[in-house]
Design a protein around this ligand. Sequence first.
Ligand SMILES: [Zn+2]
Length: 293
Amino acid sequence: MLKRMISGLLILFFLAACGGVDSQEAPEETQQSEETETEQPEPETEETSKGEGEDTSQEEESDEEAKDSESADETSAQPEEEPKEPQYKLGANWSFEPIADANPQVALITIDDAPDKYGVEMAKTLKEMNAPAIFFVNGHFIDTEEEKEKLKQIHELGFAIGNHTNSHASLPDLTEEQQKQEIVGLNDQIEKVIGERPKFFRAPFGQNTDYSKQLAKEEGMLVMNWTYGYDWNEEYMSADAIADIMVNTELLNHGANLLMHDREWTYNGLTQIVEGLRNKDYELLDPALIQTP
Ligand SMILES: [Zn+2]
C-alpha cells in the first residue's frame, strides 16, 4: 500500500517535472520565431534609406539588433525618418511661435521657384552649414528627367519640399478645377519623384483663395506666405546687398519666415545670410518641427 502510494507520487512528480521542462522550452521557441520575423523588414529599411547615407541606415540596423526582439519588431516596421513632435506653429503675420518651451528666437529659410538654376547648389551650401530650409517647388521646373533629378537631390540632401503650384499662375484667376490641377496635380508629380507628398503650400504671389486653402488643408499641407523677402527688387540683386538686408532689416523678429528664391545673387549671398542670422543669435527653424494640418 505504502509502496503504491510512493510510486504513484513519483509518477506524479515525474510528470510535473516533464511539464516544467515543456513550459521552459516554450518561450525559447517563440523568441526564435520573433527573431526570424524581425529579419524580414530589413530589406525594406535598406530600400527606403536610399540616398539618406548608408552609414546612418547601418547604424540604425545595428541599434535594432541590440534591442530585444519585441521592440526591434516595432521599430523596424517604421520608416527611417521618424516624425518629430511639433514644437512650432504658424502664428500672426506668417511667422512661427513656439508651442511649449521651444526657443522663440528662430527664423525659417524658404527658397521659392525651385529647382531652377541654383536650387541644388543652394541646398548643398545650406547642408554644409547644417541649415534647414523648405524648397518650394514649381511644376514647370520638374518637367524633364534632368529637372526631376534636381528635385530628388534637394530632397535627398534632407530638405523639406513644399508645393508652389504647377505653373505659378495667380490662383484667384483660375477656376476651381484649374486650381486643383495646380495644387493636387503638383503633389502627385512630386510624390512620383521623391516618394512623399509636400506638407507645406505657398501660393504664387501669396495669393490664396478659399478653395486653394481648402485644398491645401485636405492635402495635409500648411499654407504659408512669408514675413519678408527682398531678392526680387533690383537694388538687392547682388550677394552683398541681399545678405545685408535679409539680416539687418527691422523685420527680422522671432519666428520670421524668410522668403528667398532660386536666384544667382541669393545663392551667392546665402552663406553670409546664414552666418548673419546666427551672429544675431537666431536658430534656423527645422521645418520638421512645424505643426501641419
Ligand atoms: Zn514664386
